[in-house]
Design a protein around this ligand. Structure first.
Ligand code: NAP
Ligand code: MG
Length: 403
């Protein structure tokens, strides 16, 4: 059989631990037998990041800007224990943080749904995608604990030294707490554009909620920016695609999401996204079934699994023990990237192949063949629990029936 040719290279970001092992298995079993894979390879494994003083992460992000599509393996974000384990020159920053700040993008997380693994919320029939604004608010705050009588004020000083003041609270001797937070207009605008673009890309409705009735300047600014950009740049395109942009108060949005059948993209302010993405992934079943894509406002895409490097399984693997690590989200990172590359380069066979690989993965699970994490939560009766490699081989067997 002729392998599918590619035109533009895909930016390939390799990673760490168990997911690095899965990465190679996926390439060997599910990709290179069928595609003449053209990638520009960057090794984001912690050893090589350390060797290059993390230059490789920056280079991979710049390559993504240049080519437009990347696929990324999970990577270690070093902490003190990792500095010792890998004898690091320093505690390098999170690669995802570095890539996100270079691409200025928004992360969209979507669960992969299979029959037999039923969401806790029984009316959710379609995946709910969470878009989290990953800049500012309480994540870059300034806080104080007050334990005496006094006045707290918000003060803004302009370039000429003029001050604007607003009273926060007059504390009595019992004290309390205060917090200052901020966001910047360009970041909110980028967030809005990434969300509108991704909604068009996915042909899904976009919902956004904030608390503008209470927060009349802060949250209202978010609401206004979304509205203005939508009216000026996206309204017609949304109408043509038959999708909707819907704004409401955050509590109303939460209530509606719970009663919905799913299927929307839910844009969240930073804190809401932090909280709601964990709720959505646990309600849909497993972190191992969550895909993640970073979308820049200019339309650059970086696909990955939402989970980490699965360290505990890796240590078992190193001891020569068999692992049963779920590769589904990593497989879908590859298919997402291949579909996007196929779309941009007009290679219909590549898109078709990626879709078949997704179907084969789902069908394999729905026929009862799965890894241990899913075996523990499925409602199916007759199941076969497979090792990491045997699951990938089972997907290949299903894929062969399509090709
Ligand atoms: P994790 O790798 O996501 O794993 C946490 C636990 O969730 C695992 O121990 C495992 O549970 C389960 N799990 C996650 N993915 C699974 C899969 N594919 N198949 C089966 N089970 C899965 O999170 P972590 O242990 O907190 O972090 C490990 C490393 O990953 C850290 O160094 C962190 O910096 C990094 N990380 C990277 C990214 C990224 O690159 N995007 C994201 C998050 C974390 P059991 O052990 O109970 O089987
Ligand atoms: Mg969280």
């Amino acid at each position: 059989m002729d392998r599918i040719s590619m035109k533009t290279p895909l930016v390939e970001m390799d990673g760490d631990e168990m997911t690095r092992i899965l990465w190679q298995m996926i390439k060997d079993e599910l990709l290179t037998p069928y595609i003449d894979l053209k990638t520009e390879y960057y090794d984001l494994g912690l050893r090589y990041r350390n060797e290059t003083d993390d230059r490789v992460t920056v280079d991979s992000a710049n390559a993504t800007k240049k080519y437009g599509v990347a696929v990324k393996c999970a990577t270690i974000t070093p902490n003190a224990a990792r500095v010792e384990e890998y004898d690091l020159k320093k505690m390098w920053k999170s690669p995802n943080g570095t890539i996100r700040s270079i691409l200025n993008g928004t992360v969209f997380r979507t669960p992969i749904i299979v029959k037999g693994i039923v969401p806790c919320v029984r009316n959710w029939k379609e995946p709910i995608t969470i878009a989290r604004h990953a800049y500012g608010d309480i994540y870059s705050n300034s806080e104080m604990k007050i334990d005496e009588k006094g006045k707290a004020e918000l003060i803004f000083t302009d370039a000429d030294g003029n001050e604007r003041r607003s009273l926060i609270h007059e504390f009595d001797e019992n004290g309390g707490v205060i917090q200052g937070i901020h966001n910047v207009t360009p970041s909110i605008e980028s967030f809005a554009r990434s969300c509108f673009n991704y909604a068009l890309d996915q042909k899904k409705d976009l919902w956004f909620g904030a608390k503008d009735t209470i927060s009349k300047s802060y949250d209202h600014h978010f609401k206004d920016i979304f509205n203005e950009i939508f009216e000026k740049e996206y309204k017609n395109k949304f109408e043509e695609s038959g999708i909707e942009y819907f704004y409401s108060l955050i509590d109303d949005i939460v209530a509606r999401v719970m009663k919905s059948k799913g299927g929307m993209i839910w844009a969240c302010k930073n804190y809401d996204g932090d909280v709601m993405s964990d709720m959505i992934s646990s309600a849909f079943g497993s972190l191992a079934m969550m895909t993640s894509v970073l979308v820049s406002p200019s339309g650059v895409y970086e696909y990955e699994a939402a989970h980490g490097t699965v360290q505990r399984h890796y240590y078992k693997h190193l001891k020569g023990e068999e692992t049963s690590t779920n590769s589904v989200a990593t497989i879908f990172a590859w298919t997402g990237a291949l579909k996007k590359r196929g779309e941009l380069d007009d290679i219909p066979e590549l898109i078709k192949f990626a879709k078949k690989l997704e179907q084969s993965t789902i069908q394999t699970i729905e026929s009862g063949y799965m890894t241990k994490d899913l075996a523990m939560i499925t409602e199916m009766d007759e199941i076969v629990t497979l090792s990491s490699l045997d699951f990938i081989k089972a997907v290949r067997k299903t894929l062969e029936t399509y090709i």
